[in-house]
Design a protein around this ligand. Structure first.
Ligand code: 3H9
Length: 655
């Protein structure tokens, strides 16, 4: 059975090994065992003069088997398997049919030659899993392509296309036609002499200034993930002390990081993201193919959604109520594409192509032949309701009609309208062309096919879909509400906005809760509280209410929780805000920085658990995806549910 994992077939003294371990040919224990056995067998077989290592499927090798990383490593270890290949007396030729990633790239680097299909690519994405390459990547890549490019590929997790690999000297050739016959033909031309292995290539030390600059640059980009800096140190060890010492340093660091909380968190997200993109309940359900999409409303949200759809190749009709608002909406879309050019996400021609896919129209008439329409108008039930009433008159019964509401009940927006199987809420996060989260909310009558189309759309847009039940604030905004309430409770226990924000930044969030509220404005939540009070809800006067009543609406009014100098975004502690809050503060011990973060994360996790218990989220992992992709929760902490579970386990010394 395990022999099927790598099949051997010989002709003309060339052994062809074909790896077949779907879905991504990961280098599991069984694959390593088979490869180690074959390496020894081929070495001893005098009829064989060269070996071609190829793989089945779309991927060459997706790396080590990540699912094995929760267990202790088992021999044969990948570095040893690769060392045996590199030490072979016969040339090994890797034939890359698709992505060679992580351990897959390292395997290819250990071979004497590499032939790429023109769509193949090679990269070392281990740092995105909180690891460093652990099978020679930090040593062989710099010796093959040079120090500076290798540092970039390894620490930024950049992938090289076949053409880039050729340019860098990594690809001995790019197959013009069929890969395997070309690789076999190449093997036949070899005369038995072996090229210098990567391990023997010299590598000069560029000196301390080079390393200092690299360390500083990498620390800035790492956002709390320790892996890129650790990878750099392994590379440096190999430069300073030679290949063998470098390999030892690499292995030691790899094993240490493999057992770290950060790597476990990143693995958790790796599998959670893939599960979200392929929900078990939708297996076998074909999504509706989408070519033309309508977006209603050209404000910040609508223009962001239109840009995201156009960038993914959809033909987009952006509609507004009048020519002026339409022109403003189209300008917003254009500005998004311009910003993408500046950030190197596309080039001028790409931006022009994207823009050419967006047509502006006044009124909804032009949406009649759309496969999908997303409404992103003002958050007002009557307005949204009118939009849907018109849409059901205009569009065919199979067109999917989605609302992007954040706080309204989508059932009420479409209540009583015909063909309810095609209604759904698609909740994008602002800026919609950037944020990866898409909350997908099926309504009571939504058909599985409509839901599957929402998930497929998210995948096409490069977003992570999370299915949420139809409860107030869905998943993300409900947790946000609880998080803010806990932040206010900490304030009333004597912590200052600065202390709370600093604690959350130290935890890894981009922004703390109070600076975030100042940026967004305090008045929207205030108005919602006032409306609830008007309906008879008993909401005690909180610190946020006092600030708004004193005219402190956030940055836009020159101050909220903080003060801001004119034109500045820098929050300064505010004596006026402190005086407004002071009468509400209960005397007692003030919470410390770690207590603050612990309480805030625990509140998020508790609310997340409640959401799961109420059946409004499919799993705790989905809560984590919402927080990581929609609210800036640090990826290397895995999300609030993962973090809380890990903390409980370490407290109880749990299994
Ligand atoms: C490493 O290599 C360490 C070494 O340096 C040292 C060792 C000593 N393992 O993404 P997809 C599963 S660390 C196990 O949807 P695509 C995935 O969960 C590794 N499983 O496909 C999914 O399962 P399911 C470094 C894996 O075509 C299925 O395969 N490598 C692995 O869109 C399909 O995945 C990486 O970080 C794995 N390594 O993209 C590369 N990879 O069907 C990680 C995938 O049950 N992988 N699965 O949901 C990828 O980037 C993409 O999967 C790849 C294919 C581009 C390969």
């Amino acid at each position: 059975m395990t022999n099927d994992l790598i099949r051997r077939s010989d002709s003309d003294g060339i052994a062809l090994l074909t790896l077949a371990n779907p879905p991504v040919n990961a280098l599991s224990l069984a694959v390593r065992q088979r490869l180690a056995a074959l390496t020894a067998e081929l070495e001893a077989d005098e009829s064989v003069r060269a070996v071609v290592l190829a793989a089945e499927g779309r991927v060459f090798v997706g790396g080590a088997d990540i699912a094995e990383f929760d267990r202790p490593p088992e021999a044969p270890h990948l570095p040893d398997v690769i060392a045996a290949i590199e030490a072979s007396r016969k040339p090994w030729i890797a034939a890359l049919n698709g992505a060679a990633l992580g351990g897959g790239a390292e395997l290819a680097l250990g071979c004497h030659y590499r032939i790429f299909a023109d769509t193949a690519r090679l990269g070392l994405p281990e740092t995105s899993l909180g690891l460093i390459p652990g099978a020679g990547g930090t040593q062989r890549l710099p010796r093959r392509i040079g120090l500076a490019p290798a540092i970039e590929v390894i620490t930024a997790g950049r992938t090289l296309s076949a053409a880039e690999a050729r340019e860098a000297g990594l690809a001995d050739r790019i197959a013009a036609g069929e890969l395997i016959p070309e690789a076999l033909a190449f093997a036949r031309t070899l005369d038995g002499a072996l090229p210098l292995p990567a391990s023997a290539a010299p590598l000069a030390d560029p000196g301390p200034a080079f390393w200092d600059e690299a360390r500083a640059r990498i620390a800035r980009a790492a956002r709390g993930n320790p892996a890129p800096a650790a990878a750099l140190e392994a590379i440096r060890a190999g430069v300073a002390e030679g290949f063998a010492a470098g390999l030892r340093a690499e292995r030691e660091t790899f094993l240490r990081l493999r057992a770290s909380d950060e790597a476990a968190a990143l693995r958790h997200l790796f599998f959670a993201e893939r599960a979200a993109l392929r929900p078990a309940a939708l297996r076998g359900i074909e999504p509706v193919p989408l070519t033309r999409a309508g977006v209603i409303g050209g404000g910040t949200m609508g223009s962001g959604i239109a840009a995201a759809l156009a960038a993914a190749g959809l033909e987009v009709r952006l509609t507004e109520t009048g020519p002026e608002s339409l022109a403003a909406g189209l300008e917003r879309v254009e500005a998004i594409f311009e910003a993408q050019v500046k950030r190197g996400l596309t080039d001028r021609a790409g931006a022009a192509e994207r823009m050419a896919r967006v047509t502006g129209t006044v009124g909804l008439g032009a949406l009649a032949d759309c496969d999908l329409v997303i409404e992103a108008v003002f958050e007002d039930l009557a307005v949204k309701r009118r939009v849907f009433e018109e849409l059901v008159r205009l569009c065919g019964p199979e067109a999917i009609l989605a609302t992007n509401t954040s706080y309204l009940d989508p059932e009420r927006i479409v209540e009583g309208l015909p063909h309810p199987h095609r209604f759904i809420a698609l909740h994008f996060f602002s800026p919609a062309q950037v944020m990866k989260l898409l909350e997908i909310v099926p309504l009571a009558a939504t058909a599985p096919r409509t839901l599957a189309t929402g998930v497929a759309l998210a995948a096409r847009l490069g977003k992570i879909p999370v299915q949420a039940g139809n409860g107030e604030g869905f998943i993300g905004n409900r947790i946000l509400k609880r998080y803010r309430a806990e932040a206010e409770a900490l304030l009333l226990a004597g912590a200052t906005p600065t202390e709370i924000d600093e604690a959350m930044r130290a935890f890894g969030l981009g922004m703390g809760p109070f600076e975030m509220q100042d940026m967004a404005g305090l008045d929207i939540a205030f108005r919602a509280r006032e409306a609830a009070r008007a309906l008879g809800q008993d909401l005690p006067e909180g610190p946020g209410d006092r600030l708004v009543r004193a005219g402190r609406l956030g940055r836009k009014s020159g101050g909220g929780w903080y003060d801001y100098a004119p034109g500045s975004r820098l929050p300064q502690p505010s004596p006026e805000a402190a005086a407004l809050i002071a009468p509400l503060v209960t005397p007692g011990p003030r919470p410390s920085g770690t207590e603050i973060a612990d309480r805030l994360i625990a509140a998020m996790a508790e609310e997340g658990q409640r959401i799961c218990d109420e059946g409004l989220a499919q799993s705790p992992s989905d809560i984590d995806l919402v927080e990581v992709h929609g609210y800036g929760f640090p990826r290397h902490k895995g999300g609030p549910m993962f973090h809380a579970a890990r903390k409980t386990r370490s407290r109880t010394g749990g299994a």
